[in-house]
Every structure is written in structure tokens, then in C-alpha cells.
Design a protein around this ligand. Structure first.
Ligand code: PHE
Length: 451
């Protein structure tokens, strides 16, 4: 089967598609709002540490497992684990659950982005006044018909793209539009940083107050690091399975991590100065970006046009991420159950749509469906980001560190000795064998209040 799997067609294509998965609403929406609710700069510091020490090693390990097995997230572990240790494929099944939970709320947020494209063109969100911005956002999310409609627009859009196949669909979309998003973010930053009172926002983002760091905050930072780099659930494994044999995996992962980080920083610098300049609440939560970004554009000439363009690009970034998550169940269904790509897509989109309904309605009809004080939307996010992805990270690290082993790791990551990166591989091996699993386990147990 492995000979006729579709794959990425160039080294640059691999980088862009992987980046297309990593950069998404995690950068533009989740990173700013979590930084805002968790105290700003101190959260940023913990997040950076989590990315470097924990997420990057897992990312490299996960991509490597994909390329070594050339299979989907379940079959990969069946192939690479010894016959009597087939239980490792649980990682793949957990990824399937994460994919469904994440997409159930993520497509809802992407729906808000799609809706904002139209709202910006109509001028209905063009305001620097916090109360007006809040009302406009509230109208959208608390209207069940609108929330569901836009979520389904997203599901149908992403489903259609994925049916066209890996290289043609994903690569083509991602390649053309990422640089434009970057440019527009730079423009936003410049406007935001030159607003009167902008410095307060810069301070919020860069002057840490370490008293704000608690165990749950650390767990949230780790969860965000995993979420943003699309790791711990088989997405990067699945993408790794389409990597070319000569691709330098550690270098590619590091580049993706750095680029992903720059997009987040730009988003932070576009948002927080404006938050303070216009009097928004940094801890507004999921609505933060949807209120602040329009305000920055509203204080710019031709703001409406730029704003529409921004939301178009955000929609495209979200699409890249959605496609990569959707690829997990689609690859699994088509390779394991011999579903056609079309059938696999329809089944996956159907299931996600089902879970998506209560998530999309959690500011209206299902607002009082709560568990542990979280509504469906927040619960799906919490379970996936703060539990399943880190748990996936622990298991992937343990698998590579204790089962897959150093000799094979060396062979894979040095591209059979063609790359001279032995030291780096040794360091990575120690990290995934001991450091990452222990750190994540402690953070999870403490963050969940279990120890
Ligand atoms: N990394 C994506 C983002 O930042 C989200 C994502 C999570 C994608 C998990 C794939 C897997 O938006």
C-alpha cells in the first residue's frame, strides 16, 4: 500500500504544508486570548519554555514516526511496535478522539471568522468602541441559526478540499497565501503599536509578573504549545508519513516552530496595544480577537477592505489547520477500512458535525449543558488541549525513548547517515526518554489538581 500513497511533492511544499497545519486559529485567536486571561508576559515565558523543552522534541519524534512507518496514526504504531506490544496503537485512537473534539469547537470559531468576512464588508463591525464590538460578537455567537450555519459552511468547505487529495488540495492552498497573512499582520502591528497608549499593551506582553503562574496556568501553556504545533494526536505523524525521504526532519520542525512563534508574536503585538489603547479587557476570553482586530482596522484608512482581507486570510489559515486535523480520521478510515477518500471524508465530517452542534450552541441553546463548570465548547477544548494532547505527547515520547530506541532513531533522523546531526539526536533521545515524559506528567497531575 505504501507505494501508492499520495505525498508532498517538494521540500518547500513540505515546509509550507506543515506550517499550514501549525499556523491557524491557535496563533490568531487562542494564543492572544489565553495570554490575556493568564496574566500576559509570565504566561508567555512559560509558553516559550514549554515549546522549546517539551513540544519541539515531541514534534520531531512524531514526524519521524510518520515517515518511518508511512502510515496513518493507528497503523504506524502497529507497524513499529513489537508484535506483543500492539497496545501502543491506542495513541492513534486517542488522536481520533482529539481530532473530533478539536474540530467540533474549532470549526465553530472558524465559522465566526467566515462570518466576520461578511460583517466587515457590510461595515457592521467597524467600531473602536468596546461596547459596540461586544454586542456585534454577542449577536453572532448567541444566535443559534447563525452559529450553526457558519460552522457548516466551514465543514463543507474543508470537506470539499480534502476530497481532492493531499498534494493537490493542501499544498496548493497553503503555498500561495501564508506570506500574505504574515504581511497583513505586520501592517496591523504597526497600526496597533502607534496608537496612543499602546505601550501599556507592550508592557503587558513583555513585563512578566511571576506571581500569576500557577499549576493550571502551566498546564494551559503546555496544552497551547501542543495545540499550536499540531502535536500529540497524530496530525504531525500523518503529515510526516507524506514527508520526502530526504527531508531533514529536525530542521523542518524547528523552522515550523519558529515561524509559528513569529505569527503568534505578531498577533500578540497587533492585539494587546489596541486592547489597552481602546479600553478592552485583556481577559475577555474567546471574544478578545473578534473585538480588538476590528477596532484596529476601524482606526485605519480603508479599514473595511483590509479587515475583510484579514479575515479571509485568517479563514485560510484556519482551513490549513482544519484540513490537517481532518486528515487524521480520513487517512485512518481510508487505509484501515478501505473507504474511498470521498466516503471517509463524508463519514468524518458527519461525525464532527454532530459533535459540533452542542459546541456551536454553547452560547445559546446549550449554554447550561455544563460539566466541571465548563460548557460544551470549553469542555471539548479543555479535554483535547489540556488532557489528550499532553497525554499523547507523553506516550509518543515513551514509545520513541523506550520501544523504538536510539539506533533506529539515529537512522531515521540522520536520513541513514546522510546528515551529520549525531549530537542533536543523542540529546533528543535523552529528552524523549526521560525529560519530556516526566515533565509533562508532573505538570498534568499538578495542573489537574491530582497531586
Ligand atoms: N495548530 C493548529 C492551530 O494553531 C490547530 C491544530 C491542533 C491543528 C491540532 C492540528 C492538530 O490553529
Amino acid at each position: 500500500m505504501s507505494q501508492n500513497r499520495d505525498g508532498f511533492t517538494s521540500t518547500f511544499g513540505v515546509l509550507v504544508a506543515t506550517l499550514g497545519s501549525a499556523v491557524g486559529l491557535g496563533n490568531i485567536w487562542k494564543f492572544p486570548y489565553l495570554t490575556g486571561t493568564n496574566g500576559g508576559a509570565s504566561f508567555l515565558v512559560v509558553y516559550l519554555l514549554a515549546t522549546l523543552l517539551v513540544a519541539l522534541p515531541v514534534m520531531i519524534a512524531e514526524i519521524m514516526l510518520g515517515r518511518a512507518s508511512r502510515s496513518n496514526a493507528v497503523s504506524a504504531f502497529e507497524k513499529l511496535a513489537p508484535k506483543n506490544q500492539q497496545f501502543w496503537s491506542i495513541i492513534g485512537y486517542m488522536g481520533l478522539v482529539s481530532a473530533i473534539l478539536i474540530l467540533a469547537f474549532y470549526t465553530g470559531v472558524a465559522g465566526w471568522v467566515f462570518a466576520y468576512i461578511f460583517k466587515s464588508l457590510m461595515g457592521s463591525i467597524n467600531s473602536t468602541d468596546p461596547a459596540t464590538a461586544k454586542a456585534a460578537f454577542g449577536d453572532l455567537v448567541s444566535n443559534p441559526t447563525q452559529a450553526l450555519f457558519w460552522q457548516w459552511v466551514v465543514l463543507i468547505w474543508a470537506g470539499s478540499i480534502i476530497m481532492m487529495g493531499v498534494s493537490k488540495g493542501i499544498e496548493a492552498v497553503a503555498k500561495k497565501l501564508m506570506p500574505l497573512l504574515f504581511l497583513l499582520l505586520v501592517l496591523l502591528c504597526i497600526r496597533s503599536l502607534t496608537l496612543p497608549g499602546a505601550m501599556e499593551g507592550v508592557k503587558f506582553l513583555f513585563a512578566p509578573d511571576f506571581s500569576k503562574i500557577t499549576a493550571p496556568v502551566v498546564l494551559t501553556a503546555v496544552g497551547l504549545a501542543f495545540f499550536k504545533l499540531s502535536i500529540g494526536m497524530g496530525t504531525m505523524l500523518t503529515y510526516g508519513s507524506y514527508f520526502r525521504q530526504e527531508q531533514n526532519i529536525p530542521a523542518t520542525a524547528t523552522r515550523v516552530m519558529l515561524a509559528d512563534l513569529s505569527v503568534s508574536m505578531l498577533a500578540g503585538l497587533a492585539i494587546f496595544p489596541a486592547v489597552f489603547a481602546f479600553g478592552f479587557e485583556p481577559s475577555a476570553g474567546p471574544s478578545l480577537v473578534f473585538m480588538t482586530i476590528p477596532a484596529v482596522f476601524a482606526s485605519m484608512p480603508f479599514g473595511n477592505v483590509f479587515m475583510a482581507l484579514f479575515f479571509v486570510l485568517a479563514a485560510i489559515a484556519a482551513t490549513g489547520a482544519i484540513l490537517s486535523i481532518l486528515e487524521v480520521p480520513v487517512a485512518m478510515l481510508s487505509e484501515r477500512f478501505n473507504f474511498s477518500r470521498k466516503k471517509a471524508t463524508l463519514v468524518s465530517v458527519g461525525i464532527i458535525g454532530l459533535f459540533g452542534v452542542p459546541a456551536a450552541l454553547s452560547s445559546s441553546l446549550t449554554a447550561d449543558w455544563t460539566l466541571f463548570g465548563l460548557n460544551t465548547f470549553d469542555l471539548f477544548d479543555y479535554i483535547s488541549s489540556n488532557i489528550l494532547l499532553p497525554l499523547g505527547g507523553i506516550l509518543i515520547s515513551l514509545f520513541v525513548g523506550w520501544v523504538y530506541g536510539l539506533p533506529q532513531l539515529k537512522q531515521q533522523l540522520s536520513n541513514e547517515g546522510k546528515l551529520n546531526n549525531g549530537l542533536l539526536i543523542n540529546a533528543l533521545f535523552i529528552l524523549v526518554r526521560y525529560v519530556t515524559p516526566i515533565i509533562i506528567t508532573v505538570i498534568m497531575l499538578k495542573g489537574l489538581g491530582l497531586i
